[in-house]
Design a protein around this ligand. Structure first.
Ligand SMILES: C[S@@+](CC[C@H](N)C(=O)[O-])C[C@H]1O[C@@H](n2cnc3c(N)ncnc32)[C@H](O)[C@@H]1O
Length: 173
């Protein structure tokens, strides 16, 4: 929480900007092929609720865990505007046992969260532990900036596909 809290005001200020709009749309499209009405969804670090609300609009039964009072309030307000119900829980990924007991979900999301956590491997295990058998885990995070001179190796998959990409910098989600 502390790692994100320092920049929370910037996150809120930039919610409607082009980068975040595209980012949310990329995530929406990725999820769209996997969700159906009636699925149970856990969104950890749901923030302002962009995806949680979209999933609820599709008929999913959505639970969001969010430590920030400000973002939880934004999420609740948007959900009310859109006339969808979301179970919103105050807390962090570290307290999911207390918050959720033994509940598991068809889809567990953690978008834009992992880069703020000290131990990503542990976080992924924690998230995966909440996925129902046969369910899905959806995570996105921002990679640290790389120098423009960095080259990353790519396997050659087809004639004409480059084996190296120069100037690759960071992911968009
Ligand atoms: C970059 S925002 C992403 C919000 C939303 N998931 C999205 O993709 O639009 C990161 C979110 O993670 C939340 N967060 C930060 N630390 C957390 C933690 N330890 N456990 C759960 N959520 C946390 C923040 O409060 C914030 O809502």
């Amino acid at each position: 929480m502390a790692a994100f809290a320092a920049g929370e005001h910037l996150w809120v200020k930039r919610l409607g900007n082009l980068r975040n709009t595209i980012r949310q749309e990329v995530i929406r499209r990725q999820l769209a092929g996997h969700v159906a009405g009636g699925m149970t969804v856990l969104d950890v670090g749901c923030g302002q609720g962009t995806q949680a609300i979209r999933l609820a609009q599709l008929g999913c039964v959505v639970t969001g865990i969010e430590p920030s009072d400000t973002l939880r309030a934004l999420c609740a307000e948007s959900a009310a505007d859109q006339r969808v119900g979301i179970e919103l829980i105050a807390g962090t990924i570290d307290h999911m046992d207390d918050l959720l007991g033994d509940r598991r979900f068809d889809l567990v999301c953690a978008h834009g969260l992992l880069m703020y956590l000290p131990d990503r491997s542990a976080a992924i295990s924690t998230l995966a532990g909440r996925v129902q058998r046969g369910g899905l885990l959806s995570v996105t995070w921002t990679l640290p900036p790389m120098r423009t001179s960095t080259r990353c190796s790519m396997p050659r998959t087809a004639p004409g596909v480059p084996t190296r990409i120069a100037g690759w910098r960071r992911s968009c989600t």
